[in-house]
Ligand binder design. Structure first.
Ligand SMILES: Nc1nc2c(ncn2[C@@H]2O[C@H](COP(=O)(O)OP(=O)(O)OP(=O)(O)O)[C@@H](O)[C@H]2O)c(=O)[nH]1
Ligand SMILES: [Mg+2]
Length: 357
């Protein structure tokens, strides 16, 4: 699962990418190439389980981020740039809220709503070009061959074109599963789930939660498949360089209780329809990324293909119960380690013991 970090020039995309992934950008100032990095999803549940099992290995879930050069009409014509955008599963659009006279804003003032609208328009125009070409082609083909498949595609693309002409991104269309699958094949830019990332200045940090709630209401509440998270990029960069025992006090000096990265990564996670299940033993404590509403047998397959093929049953317990009870034997004795079959829908935070042949 890849999330592309996009936005206007100089809004903090690379800074955010660096904090999320730890991949330094120093060597690539002014670089035009895209850049890929992996972020560990911070997870207090893993730490709690690790205290119980004391394994030599703790493995976090990960999300991949791509740092993109600024998005505009020119870069959208670059085939390489477009290909990277199309391959992404979601976008994290960085919107500047920090004020800094030394870094001029492209449009002269701070206005996240306007910036989103302008960037969205570029995505929409880029999709329209693709749709119009495809519709031309389809019309010629439909004169030569009669095919229900071509008719479906034609109707779907006409529906999409109407939405785009009205300035609506494709992610907002309510489509049935078949049409949605067909649409995904086109990798349209305005179809991808959108996480807006408000980049606050340090002086705005104490107001982070209020600003986040206000902008969430104003910008994304009325939109499908869009979410919003606020972070203070500068502050996060400083936190990343601090020893762990100093972080809490440092955050407190800005009236914050936690790093914003956790919320941001969780927001991308949930926007992509993902969650984690866990496995825990003396040898490894690990989080596994799975889609929401996944049956146990498929979750077993995410852990190991053999587990899916030879699945017998899963023993399941929520992570905090396992921690509270002190281990599997105690959980089993108290009847809290449930036996579930292949159709059990795995819940976020479930610890799974897969029994297989
Ligand atoms: N004051 C302030 N400056 C910031 C913040 N975030 C980023 N900057 C500064 O803004 C400038 C651009 O940051 P980058 O992270 O390179 O921004 P970018 O969006 O990747 O820029 P381009 O890739 O050139 O489009 C740098 O000088 C950063 O130090 C912030 O939260 N506050
Ligand atoms: Mg950059």
């Amino acid at each position: 699962m890849k999330t592309a970090i996009i936005g206007l020039p100089q809004v903090g995309k690379t800074s955010l990418f660096t904090i999320l992934t730890g991949v330094s950008s120093a060597a690539r100032l002014g670089a035009t190439a895209v850049h890929l990095g992996v972020a560990r999803v911070p997870d207090p549940r893993l730490e709690a389980l690790a205290r119980l099992f004391a394994p030599p290995k703790i493995t976090h879930a990960t999300v991949e981020y791509i740092d993109m050069p600024a998005l505009n009409r020119e870069t959208l014509r670059d085939p390489g740039y477009l290909a990277s955008l199309r391959a992404a599963d979601a976008f994290a659009l960085v919107l500047r809220l920090f004020d800094d006279e030394t870094i001029p804003h492209l449009d002269g003032s701070i206005d996240p709503a306007r910036d989103w609208k302008n960037l969205e328009l570029e995505l929409i125009l880029s999709d329209l070009v693709v749709i119009e070409k495809r519709l031309d082609r389809l019309e010629k083909d439909r004169q030569k061959i009669k095919s229900a498949d071509l008719d479906h595609e034609h109707a779907l693309l006409e529906q999409c074109k109407a939405a785009l002409d009205a300035g609506r991104p494709l992610r907002e269309l309510a489509l049935d599963a078949e049409a949605a699958r067909r649409l995904r094949g086109f990798q349209f830019l305005s179809e991808k789930p959108m996480l807006l990332v408000l980049n606050l200045g340090e002086t705005q940090a104490p107001e982070l939660h209020r600003l986040e709630a206000a902008y969430r209401g104003d910008l994304v509440a009325a939109h499908r498949r869009a979410a919003l998270a606020a972070v203070c990029g500068k502050l996060e960069a400083e936190i990343a360089a601090l020893p762990p025992e100093e972080i809490r006090d440092y955050l407190a000096s800005y009236s914050l209780t936690e790093s914003g990265l956790l919320r941001l990564i969780q927001a991308s996670y949930s926007l992509l329809g993902l969650m984690s299940c866990l496995t825990a033993s003396e040898s490894e404590v690990r989080a596994w990324t799975i889609p929401k509403h996944l049956p146990a047998i498929q979750a077993a397959g995410a852990i190991h293909t053999d587990f899916q093929k030879k699945f017998i049953r899963a023993e399941v317990i929520q992570w905090h119960e396992l921690v509270e009870l002190g281990g599997y034997p105690q959980a089993r004795e108290k009847g809290r380690l449930r036996v579930e079959g292949k159709d059990y829908i795995v819940q976020d935070g479930d610890v799974l013991l897969i029994r297989h042949g």
